[in-house]
Structure formats: structure tokens, C-alpha cells
Design a protein. Structure first.
Length: 195
């Protein structure tokens, strides 16, 4: 049984192709089956909705905006997330954004202070699995895909999310979402949440 004294804010990060979206939808099903109020917010989608009001037409344009503009959008999105009061709030996001200036943190300190996450879940998969999943996804305008880039992204994600855990004092759980092992990964995450 899930014992929650207050709202839990679970930040789930994963580079494109780790299967995070699939995991989140299965986790939500389980939580709702246990009669828990749950919301899922895609941080990037929320930022894009705010950015559209300022003329941005494509979600993939977000990472090409100047860092100062990305920071403004992050702050506004974080404030909306912080106001959510379901028992479990899942924030679906990325640990970093690859911009022309370099790897920009998806969860810089000012965002963490606003959201106040209780847990972090870092989802990964084998680089070859990620590569294959990305090659099948024609819904996004992504940068060039190589195995070495994917390995670097996984390393950057690990470093960024570890820094988030240190800044907030909240635990981080690393989950390997292997091909054909979605249910195993889901069970580990649900246990991490407290069910």
C-alpha cells in the first residue's frame, strides 16, 4: 500500500529513445489502479506551450533559443508544476539540453528550488537499443545519431542527475529499460515511489 503524507514530485529523466514515455504511461496505470491521484507533466511540452505564446513554432526550436530565454521558460514551467497538488506528480523531462553553447542543464538549481522534487528516476538503456529506437522515430527533428553520441549523452545525463540529487538532497534511482523488460523497469520505479 502506498503511504504518502504529502505530494511526491518524481522527476523522470531519460535521453530520447530510452523508453521513458512508455514507462510513464504504465506507471500511471498502476498508480490509478491503486486509487492514487497522479499527474504527468512533460516539462518540454509545458515550456513549448509557453514559448508558442512568444512565436516559437516548433518544439525542437526550444533548444536553439539563447540560454537566457530557455531559463525564463524553465522558470515559468517550474512554477506551474510546483502548483500541482496530486498525490504523485511525475515530471517527464531531460537532464540536459544540447544547445550551441554546450550541454545546458534541464534541471538547473533555480528550477529545482521551485519544483522541490522528492525523487529522481534516471532511465537508460543500452546504446544500441537507443540507437535503434531513435532510427524508428520519425516524429521529431533530431540531430545526427551515432552510438558515440548516445554514449556521451548517457554519461552527461548521469552526471547531471547526480548533481540534482546532491543539490536537493533527494534520492536518485537509476533504471535500465532493456528491450522486452519494460514491466521489470516499471516495477522498480513503482517500488521507488513507495507502492
Amino acid at each position: 500500500m502506498l503511504c504518502l503524507a504529502e505530494s511526491k514530485k518524481i522527476v523522470m529523466v531519460g535521453i530520447p529513445g530510452v523508453g521513458k514515455t512508455t514507462l510513464v504511461s504504465k506507471i500511471v496505470e498502476i498508480l490509478k489502479d491503486h486509487e492514487k491521484s497522479v499527474s504527468v507533466t512533460s516539462f518540454g511540452t509545458l515550456m513549448f506551450e509557453i514559448a508558442k505564446e512568444n512565436g516559437v513554432k516548433d518544439r525542437d526550436e526550444l533548444r536553439k533559443l539563447p540560454v537566457s530565454k530557455q531559463q525564463e521558460l524553465q522558470k515559468m514551467a517550474a512554477e506551474k508544476i510546483a502548483s500541482q497538488n496530486e498525490q504523485i506528480v511525475i515530471i517527464d523531462t531531460h537532464a540536459f539540453i544540447s544547445s550551441k553553447e554546450g550541454y545546458y542543464p534541464g534541471l538547473p538549481e533555480h528550477v529545482l528550488k521551485i519544483i522541490q522534487p522528492t525523487n529522481f528516476v534516471s532511465v537508460s538503456a543500452k546504446p544500441e537499443e537507443i540507437y535503434n529506437r531513435r532510427m524508428k522515430d520519425d516524429t521529431r527533428n533530431r540531430d545526427k545519431i551515432t552510438l558515440s553520441n548516445i554514449k556521451k549523452e548517457l554519461d552527461v545525463q548521469s552526471g547531471m542527475i547526480s548533481a540534482c540529487a546532491v543539490i536537493t538532497g533527494s534520492p536518485v534511482k537509476h533504471i535500465l529499460n532493456g528491450e522486452g523488460k519494460v514491466d521489470e523497469a516499471v516495477n522498480k520505479i513503482v517500488t521507488t515511489i513507495g507502492l
